[in-house]
Design a protein around this ligand. Structure first.
Ligand SMILES: Nc1ncnc2c1ncn2[C@@H]1O[C@H](COP(=O)(O)OP(=O)(O)OP(=O)(O)O)[C@@H](O)[C@H]1O
Length: 638
């Protein structure tokens, strides 16, 4: 025997509320959407038909005995009833296509049945917002009874009243004579949907909530939608819909820009530094991306997306690329499909093609605008250089653009990589510490080094190094050693003992010592990190761990090396005095103090042991100084 599925409506509604929709608030959107679709359908039959939706939120009143009223006048506790009695009520009236008795019976009470998906019912789906046939159920999240009073646009159609309950039952009747507060003679073509708030959901039907939700979801809808608000015993009609600001026509370009800025301030809460128009005609996409006035963290894309002018969501990420975190976009799409919750976009071919097209538009804008040197370009680069850097990591065109427009810190002042390349190789340090270590000396030697120690920069330069036509390399210790002048042999001999003594002192710090002449003379010492030295240390460690045969092989590669070198500057008076000092406690303290300050200047920071070494060294230097100041009998030398 063939049977039919039974649906537990309360269970279904619970499922929707908890797992499909983000919350009961979407019930307003679903009602609005049905009303707008019905108006669209009627206008297809009669382009001059009125296109109006009115939403009335009526505050509750005392429960009137005998009311709500059941069809045919019999009292019943679960009917919507008349306004002014019981809990708050919501009424959505449209001038749409309406429903006949047969349509109401089939469409309103069959979950998953949608007139808008069904060509047999005479309607293609493209123009309609709804399609799944579950939207009506959303109203049961806030109401236990829904009443639809409708007159179809079909000639001679009578008035139908359908009342559905959350227990899964419904009543339907043709209303030919006046009944309750309903006179069929007064019912025009269209529908009136009424809900009475469930006791625990009354706040969802308050005038303020309904107005706010209807405005949020529906403000760009292409027809006249208004909320009727009670004021001084009357109902005021407040229109909530207006043309999308990027589609509205303006007399001048600057009037349009001002309107867009106002919209951005009201909607996103910031004044944009510029805007980028977006359009993908094939997917029916139009919109505008507003450029944020301050930098934001990557990944915080919060774009406002409408589908067929109904708000889909305010934090939709799937339309614009991740790197577009410097804009907040508002986009309306006719050709994109929402998921059933209607809170995100369904991933399909059209969405993928749209994503690509929008990304290309943002890139084209960047290429055309940022190289122009305009005020906007300058502000954009100042504010959003990180976004541009991250973009350059995944796209060669953007990499070329970044090289042309992004200023880098260099020892020759801020400049672009393209400018640097005009004068020879682009040499960079990949950490800020390395840059600090060498900047003063490199600058004095006329060696231009770029600081690629900021986020994305080292990767960006490494990527640029692989681009044809670019000669880019990381600074090697040897680059600097070459610009340090060796001492003349005579001087070399004079300081050889002092150097040997300094080496011994710093051996346990794994730091070699050498003396060179370099500018500027107010930098007494500089610390160089030696990749080769680090490699040698790793080799020595492996050798200690390896067996004897292999250890012997490794030994052949080994030469004593330290991983860091302290280069003393022989043009510095301080260093010359130190090298001439007798070996002893003060000499040792001087070497240590020079080493530790060079370490700090290199941006490495001192560890606990090093701090106490520095204090020890300063202590020695201080007491030596104080002793020298005191006379032979302990008197101060004036
Ligand atoms: N105000 C209305 N006027 C005319 N017909 C309506 C109205 N509201 C609902 N209907 C009919 O009831 C059907 C079911 O509505 P429901 O909201 O459940 O689904 P839908 O709008 O088709 O799809 P979705 O689940 O995507 O919202 C609609 O397809 C439509 O034919």
């Amino acid at each position: 025997m063939t049977q039919t599925f039974q649906v537990d409506l309360r269970g279904m509604v619970d499922l929707l509320a908890r797992h499909l929709y983000s919350g009961p608030r979407v019930y307003v959107r679903e009602l609005l959407q049905n009303a707008v679709d019905a108006v669209t359908a009627r206008r297809e039959l009669d382009p001059d038909a009125p296109a109006r939706v009115r939403i009335t939120a009526l505050p509750g009143g005392p429960q009137v005995p005998g009311s709500p009223v059941a069809p045919g006048g019999a009292g019943g506790p679960d009917l919507v009833g008349a306004p002014g009695s019981g809990g708050p009520m919501l009424e959505v009236t449209d001038t749409g296509v309406g429903l006949t008795f047969a349509e109401a019976t089939e469409l309103l009470a069959t979950i998953g049945r949608s007139s808008k998906r069904d060509a047999d019912l005479g309607l293609g789906r493209a123009e309609y917002i709804g399609q799944f046939g579950i939207g009506m159920l959303a109203a049961f999240m806030v109401a236990d009874t829904i009443e639809v009073v409708s007159r179809s646009a079909r000639p001679g159609a009578s008035v139908v009243r359908w009342t559905g309950h959350d227990d899964g039952t419904f009543e339907i009747e043709e209303v030919t004579d006046p009944v309750d507060d309903l006179d069929p003679a007064d019912v025009p073509v269209g529908s009136r949907v009424r809900l009475r708030a469930r006791r625990d959901a009354e706040h969802w039907l308050s005038v303020e909530t309904v107005t706010a939700l209807a405005t949020e979801f529906g403000e760009l809808l292409p027809i006249d939608v208004a909320v009727l608000q009670p004021a001084g015993g009357e109902l005021l009609t407040r229109r909530i819909t207006h043309e999308a600001p990027w589609r509205a026509t303006h007399e001048t370009q600057s009037a349009r820009t001002q309107a867009l800025v106002r919209y951005c301030e009201e909607t996103f809460g910031f004044t944009p530094i510029g805007h980028i128009d977006l359009a993908v005609p094939l997917a029916g996409v139009t919109g505008v991306a507003f450029i944020l006035p301050s930098a934001v963290a990557p990944g915080s894309g919060r774009h406002r997306v409408y589908v067929k002018r109904m708000l889909l969501g305010t934090r939709v990420d799937s339309l614009l690329p991740d790197w577009a975190f410097f804009v907040r976009a508002v986009v309306d799409a006719d050709g994109l499909s929402p998921t059933a919750s209607r809170e995100d976009l369904h991933t399909d071919e059209v969405l993928l093609a749209t994503q690509e097209a929008l990304a290309a538009q943002l890139k084209t804008w960047a290429t055309e605008t940022l190289a122009s040197g305009s005020n906007l370009a300058r502000r954009f680069i100042e504010t959003h250089h990180l976004a541009l850097r991250s973009l350059a990591l995944s796209d060669d065109d953007m990499l070329d653009l970044a090289a042309r427009v992004l200023p880098f810190e260099t020892t020759d002042g801020p400049t672009t990589l393209a400018d640097l390349a005009e004068h020879g190789d682009v040499v960079y340090t990949s950490t800020r510490e390395a840059y600090q270590r060498v900047a003063a000396v490199a600058r004095a030697q006329g060696l231009v080094v770029a600081n690629a120690g900021y986020v994305y920069d080292a990767d960006l330069l490494a990527r640029l190094a692989r681009r044809p036509g670019w000669s880019v390399r990381e600074l090697a210790t040897d680059d600097l050693v070459q610009v340090l002048r060796p001492l003349v042999p005579q001087r070399e001999l004079e300081v050889i003992d002092a150097i040997e003594a300094a080496r011994e002192l710093l051996a346990q710090e794994d730091c070699d010592v050498l003396v060179r002449e370099f500018a500027p003379d107010d930098v007494p010492a500089m610390l160089l990190r030696d990749r080769e030295g680090e490699h040698q240390r790793a080799l020595a460690r492996e050798k200690a761990e390896a067996d004897t045969v292999w250890g012997g092989v490794l030994a052949a590669f080994e030469r004593p090396a330290r991983s860091r070198r302290l280069v003393l500057n022989d043009t510095s008076q301080l260093v010359r005095r130190l090298l001439a000092a007798p070996r002893g406690e003060v000499f040792a303290a001087g070497v240590r103090a020079l080493y530790l300050t060079a370490l700090m200047l290199a941006g490495d920071g001192l560890r606990g042991r090093e701090v106490s070494h520095l204090n020890g060294a300063l202590g020695v230097l201080l007491s030596a100084g104080l002793t020298a100041q005191s006379g032979p009998r302990g008197e101060d030398v004036a």
